[in-house]
Write a protein of this length. Structure first.
Length: 490
C-alpha cells in the first residue's frame, strides 16, 4: 500500500512561488517595505526580516515498541537592524502587522546606541554562485508520510540489527524530520524564499557478552524528503552499528603519552570542525579572539592541505540554497595549499573586512540573530593511502570514532574522547583500544599534519553544532597523520 504522496511544491523560485510564501505569512511587499522603514527609523544602516514556518516530528521505537513521539510547529519573524557593528534584534511569534511593527520598533531602539562612524557601509553583494540552485529537491514529502509506515521502517531496522548480532540486548531506533518554509526580505529590496527539508534516522544498540556491555550508535541525516529512508539505508545503518563490536569487547586502554596519531577518514572530521573550523569563523577573528586573527594570506600548514567549508553539496545536512541572510550557498576555501585564504563571513564581518559574505550567516530559528557558522567542513584529498600513513608509524595509535569533546576557541586547545581505535606497532594495526582522550592544540595539530590520505569521506551522521545556538552541519576528512598528539591512557 502506498503510504506517502509526492510533495506538491519542491522549491520556490518564480514570482508565483514567492507569492505563495507571502500568502503563507500573510504579508505583502508594501507591508515588508513598511516594516523595514520602521526598523530603520532610528538611523540603522541595514535591516533584514526572517520569516519561518517549521513543522517538526519524531518517533522513537524501543525494543519493538513505540516509546515516544512528538509534533511541533514553529512560526514567526525575526527583525534585525544593523548600525555599524551594533545589532538590534527582536522577534514576534505573530505575523499580524501590529505585532511585527512593535518588534521592528524594538529592534530599531536596541540598535540606536551611538557608535563612531568608521565609514564602512552595508552594500548589496553580487552572488558568486547561481541564485536558482536547488540543492535539496523533495520527491516524497515528510508531512504526507504515514506514522505506520515510519514505524514499520524502524521495526525493520531493529530486526536487521538483531539478525546481524545476537548479542544485541537493547535496540533503539528513531526517526526525526522537519520541513521549513523560509522567507527573507531586506533593506535592499531583496526577497528570498527557501523550502528546507531535513530528515534523520538513528539506531543505538547495547551488546552484552560474558557480563560486559558495549554500546554503539549509527545515524544518517540528509536534506531530503522521506525518499531517503530505503531498504538500502536501513541495511547500511544496521551493518554500521554492529561493525567493530568484537574489537570493542577485546579493547583495552593503552599507555598514554605523546605519539603519532592516524585519524581515520570520515567521522574524524569532527576534530577538524571543532578544533580548527571554529577558529576560521570571522566573528572570532574580527574580535581578535581566534589564534588565526590577522593571518589571511599566510602559510599555516603543509602545502598538501586544503580545508573547505561547503554549502553546495546536494542533499547534505549542511547544504543551503541560501544562508539565513539571503546569501546564496557557496563553497569557501578557508585554507588552500597550506595558506589561510578566507574566513567564514556573515554580512557583519564582510562589511568589517571589506569582502563579500561567504554564505555562512546562519541561525537556529527566527528567534536568533544570524552569526558566522560552518556548513559542511572537510579537508580535501591528498596523495597518500591510509596504509601508507599507518605503515610510516613505528609506535602510535589509529582512531576512527570520536565522541564528545571540549575546545577553547581563543587558544585552540582541545580534548576529544575516542570511542575506538587500534594501536600502531611497527607500521601495523594491532590491539584494539578504547576509552582514551586525544589532547592537543588546533593550530599546532594542523601544522603537525605530515600526511594526507586520498580517501576523503563526508560523514553523514546527525552532527549539530552548538555556538550559543544549534544548527545542522556535517564534516569530513581523509585519513591524516598527525606527527604528535597527547594520548590520555593508562
Amino acid at each position: 500500500m502506498q503510504t506517502c504522496r509526492l510533495a506538491v511544491m519542491l522549491h520556490f523560485k518564480t514570482d508565483m512561488d514567492k507569492q505563495a510564501f507571502q500568502d503563507r505569512f500573510r504579508v505583502s511587499i508594501p507591508q515588508l517595505e513598511r516594516l523595514v522603514g520602521t526598523a530603520l527609523s532610528q538611523g540603522g544602516d541595514y535591516c533584514d526580516l526572517y520569516f519561518e514556518h517549521t513543522i517538526y516530528k519524531d518517533l522513537l521505537l524501543k525494543d519493538g515498541e513505540v516509546s515516544s513521539g512528538s509534533f511541533h510547529i514553529d512560526y514567526g519573524v525575526g527583525i534585525r537592524v544593523l548600525k555599524g557593528d551594533k545589532t538590534g534584534y527582536s522577534y514576534s511569534e505573530s505575523t499580524e502587522m501590529a505585532d511585527m511593527l512593535c518588534a521592528a520598533k524594538a529592534a530599531a531602539q536596541i540598535a540606536q546606541a551611538e557608535a563612531p562612524d568608521d565609514g564602512k557601509r552595508y552594500v548589496r553583494h553580487n552572488p558568486k554562485t547561481l541564485s536558482d540552485a536547488d540543492l535539496y529537491p523533495v520527491r516524497t514529502g515528510w508531512e504526507t508520510c504515514s506514522p505506520v509506515w515510519l514505524m514499520s521502517m524502524l521495526g525493520k531496522l531493529e530486526t536487521l540489527v538483531r539478525a546481524k548480532d545476537s548479542r544485541a540486548v537493547k535496540v533503539l531506533a528513531r526517526t526525526a524530520w522537519s520541513e521549513s518554509s523560509i522567507m527573507m526580505f531586506n533593506s535592499f529590496g531583496e526577497l528570498t524564499c527557501d523550502f528546507r527539508p531535513l530528515g534523520s534516522i538513528v539506531v543505538s544498540a547495547v551488546f552484552s557478552e560474558n557480563g560486559v556491555n558495549e554500546s554503539k550508535t549509527s545515524s544518517r541525516s540528509f536534506r531530503q524528503g522521506a525518499e531517503m529512508i530505503s531498504d538500502r539505508l536501513l541495511e547500511e545503518l544496521a551493518a554500521d552499528v554492529v561493525s567493530g563490536i568484537d574489537a570493542r569487547f577485546q579493547a583495552v586502554r593503552p599507555k598514554g603519552g605523546k605519539m603519532p596519531v592516524v585519524m581515520g577518514a570520515g567521522a574524524s572530521g569532527i576534530l577538524l570542525h571543532e578544533a580548527m573550523g571554529h577558529s576560521f569563523e570571522a566573528d572570532f577573528n574580527r574580535k581578535g579572539q581566534s589564534v588565526f586573527s590577522g593571518m589571511t594570506g599566510k602559510k599555516i600548514c603543509d602545502s598538501s592541505i586544503s580545508i573547505v567549508d561547503d554549502g553546495t553539496i546536494a542533499g547534505n545536512r549542511g547544504a543551503c540554497n541560501y544562508d539565513d541572510e539571503g546569501i546564496p550557498g557557496q563553497k569557501t576555501y578557508m585554507v588552500r595549499d597550506g595558506i589561510l585564504e578566507s574566513y567564514l563571513h556573515d554580512r557583519v564581518s564582510a562589511r568589517w573586512y571589506g569582502v563579500d559574505p561567504t554564505g555562512n550567516g546562519r541561525r537556529e530559528s527566527f528567534r536568533f540573530n544570524p552569526i558566522p557558522r560552518m556548513r559542511a567542513t572537510y579537508m580535501e584529498n591528498g596523495q597518500a593511502t591510509k596504509e601508507d600513513l599507518i605503515s610510516s608509524v613505528k609506535k602510535g595509535i589509529y582512531v576512527d570514532e570520536f565522541s564528545n569533546g571540549q575546545v577553547k576557541i581563543g587558544e585552540g586547545d582541545f580534548t576529544f574522547y575516542v570511542k575506538s581505535g587500534f594501536l600502531i606497532e611497527n607500521g601495523r594495526l594491532t590491539a584494539p583500544v578504547k576509552d582514551i582522550n586525544i589532547i592537543g592544540n588546533g593550530p599546532e595539530a594542523l601544522a603537525d599534519i605530515t600526511g594526507v590520505g586520498n580517501d576523503l569521506k563526508i560523514d553523514n551522521s546527525t552532527w549539530t553544532c552548538g555556538k550559543d545556538q544549534s544548527v545542522a552541519v556535517s564534516c569530513g576528512i581523509p585519513s591524516v597523520l598527525v606527527r604528535s598528539l597527547t594520548v590520555g591512557g593508562e
